[in-house]
Ligand binder design. Structure first.
Ligand SMILES: Nc1ncnc2c1ncn2[C@@H]1O[C@H](COP(=O)(O)OP(=O)(O)OP(=O)(O)O)[C@@H](O)[C@H]1O
Ligand SMILES: C[C@H](N)[C@H](N)CCCCCC(=O)O
Ligand SMILES: [Mg+2]
Length: 323
């Protein structure tokens, strides 16, 4: 149904954890969700990639990595160096369109920022989003330097007629300094809208016994019944939370288009291996505590447009910001 492209102002800004958070919330409310990483670079054939992290945190197992290149480079450069063929934008778009037919939400995580190249012809994630007619979510940093990177990304999107789904801060520090605090209002000014989410630092430690303190959303969350904003980027399909955090969960996803990660020409094994959602048809499986914790955190950290209850105005009040 919907495709949401997740980009960032840079590599390492938290696209993967934000993708996992959106996936967790969609899954929790009963949506069929697929997550695609068209090109994974910087990890070897047997190493964990971004989709392993998505599976670990969200419990979503319908994940697809179209190509993997070992060198930590842009997909175009990594393909060139490895001698492997680059990712074809046309074929990536085709496969995502197929997934869209059988899933209520398809999340597509880029590599690095919006204009990083997939191939020698200069195809980018922006081209993929355009071809798919997908909204683009921009993950950004909180720290000094983010205003320029964010402005450049948003300007490039506007130039290409791409629709902004929202701006999310990927990692909000436990002790924000002056720049981080001031940047909240300035980022909202650049996006011409409130933040669509703020993930707290340490969010990826879910499941390691070190869930971060509720630095975001505590006292800022709006009641769950507000989670029906008309301008939501993620469709409000499904009623209630059939996969409620910690509750018995769905059986394996019968609605997958093709087979999950690793099965379609990828060298990547299905190393998610947690058994989440992987039960025999009809047999409920439990959602591990990692995903329950992470889903709770995701709900507090993402705005209603992304399925959560994060309230940017309350967040600003908590920071004692006026902007
Ligand atoms: N909110 C957060 N809490 C804890 N760690 C975080 C958070 N956001 C990002 N990180 C960490 O920062 C690093 C980079 O983040 P991440 O891998 O999500 O970046 P990315 O934008 O997905 O980069 P890439 O372009 O490689 O896909 C990771 O080690 C991740 O665990
Ligand atoms: C290896 C890294 N983690 C990403 N997967 C790829 C980032 C490419 C960035 C290219 C660039 O903007 O210079
Ligand atoms: Mg990533």
């Amino acid at each position: 149904m919907s495709v949401l492209v997740v980009t960032g102002t840079d590599t390492g800004v938290g696209k993967t954890i934000v993708t996992a958070a959106i996936a967790a919330l969609a899954y929790d409310r009963g949506s069929s969700v697929a997550v695609v990483k068209p090109a994974q670079t910087g990890v070897g054939p047997t190493e964990a990639g971004d989709l392993d992290e998505v599976r670990r945190l969200s419990g979503v197992t319908t994940t697809f990595e179209f190509a993997r290149f070992p060198d930590p480079l842009s997909p175009a450069a990594a393909a060139r160096v490895s001698g492997m063929p680059p990712v074809s934008l046309a074929s990536a778009a085709r496969r995502i369109e197929e997934l869209r037919e059988s899933n209520q939400l398809v999340l597509v995580e880029g590599a690095g920022g919006l204009l990083v190249r997939f191939d020698e012809d200069g195809a980018t994630l922006a081209d993929l989003a355009k071809r798919l007619g997908a909204q683009v979510l921009v993950v950004t940093r909180a720290a000094l330097g983010t205003l320029n990177h964010t402005a450049l990304t948003l300007e490039a999107m506007a130039h290409r007629g791409l629709d902004l789904a929202g701006l999310v801060i990927g990692e909000w520090p436990v002790e924000p300094g002056l720049a981080e605090r001031c940047n909240v209002a300035d980022l909202e000014m650049l996006a011409a809208r409130p933040l669509a989410g703020v993930l707290p630092a340490g969010a990826s430690r879910c499941g390691t016994g070190a869930l971060p303190a509720a630095t975001v959303g505590s006292g800022g969350a709006v009641p769950p019944d507000r989670a029906g904003s008309p301008d939501r980027a993620v469709p409000p399909d499904g009623a209630g939370s059939p996969h409620g955090a910690g509750s018995p969960d769905r059986a394996g996803s019968p609605d997958k288009a093709g087979s999950p990660d690793g099965a379609a020409g990828s060298a990547v094994g299905a190393s998610g291996g947690s058994g989440v959602g992987g039960g025999e048809s009809g047999a409920p499986v439990s959602r591990p505590a990692t995903c329950a914790d992470f889903t709770t955190l995701a709900r507090r950290s993402l705005a209603p447009s992304l399925g959560g209850v994060f309230d940017p105005a309350a967040f600003r009040r908590t920071l004692k910001l006026t902007g």
